[in-house]
Design a protein around this ligand. Structure first.
Ligand code: OGA
Ligand code: MN
Length: 215
């Protein structure tokens, strides 16, 4: 039996978007997908984020894991709100459906062994940034893939700053990949391999950041 025949039997449908993402990850440890979310889902998530932000649900993001938090505004200046899948409704429920679909696909095709996930909303007020770092410095080597989704307004402009810069390259030759936080875009990268930073923002910058973990 060929692999394709096996997939047919398993009722598995190849998804070109995920296939591109997997190919990118294997080749260069990161992938960028424009319009991962349709506009109406971005609008709904942004609305939900802003409601929670205005209700003061967010807290200053810290450095270190949740047991040893140090707030250090010289390193990061964002405010975050952890999402709980168990009581997610509306836009957030839809969000987790999409994520779970992606995780199922990764586990079926790449034997990634993703068993856990964690996601938070993030707001970077004007003037804030997140200095160059590796996501696993948070003392959590179960983090396998970092995922970021941007929820900025449709008219977001490059000059508003807040670019995500990923440092890649090998053989001592470092390369910088600059990614503008346009709404609907998803960026996924190897948490343990790629250092990255968020450049200072000129406008409030909105996103969801999360990690796919092996346990
Ligand atoms: C993070 C992070 C990147 C981004 O929260 O650890 O690096 O573009 N975020 O928001
Ligand atoms: Mn990071």
């Amino acid at each position: 039996m060929t692999v394709n025949e096996l997939f047919e039997q398993l009722d598995f449908k190849e998804n070109p978007l995920y296939e591109k993402m997997i190919a990118d990850l294997m080749e260069r440890q990161y992938s960028i997908i424009e319009n991962f979310f349709p506009e109406e889902e971005v609008v709904a998530l942004r609305k939900s984020l802003l409601e929670k932000y205005e209700e003061d649900c967010f807290k200053k993001a810290a450095i270190g894991n949740r047991n040893s938090e140090v707030i250090e505004k010289e390193i990061r200046g964002d405010f975050i709100f952890w999402l709980n899948e168990g009581d997610a409704e509306g836009a957030e429920h839809q969000f987790f459906c999409r994520i779970n679909d992606m995780i199922d696909y990764l586990n079926k095709t790449c034997f990634m062994g993703i068993r856990q996930k964690e996601f938070h909303y993030a707001v970077y007020p004007k003037g804030t940034f997140y200095k160059r770092h590796l996501d696993t410095f948070q003392n959590d080597d179960r983090r396998k893939l970092s995922v970021v989704f941007y929820l900025n307004e449709e008219d977001w402009k490059p000059e508003y700053g807040g670019e995500l810069v990923i440092y890649t390259g090998s053989d001592g030759k470092e390369e910088e990949v600059t990614i503008y936080p346009f709404p609907g875009k998803m960026v996924i990268f190897e948490s343990q391999l790629l250092e990255h930073e968020v450049k200072p923002v000129e406008r409030q910058r909105l996103s969801i950041t999360g990690w796919l973990k092996t346990s």
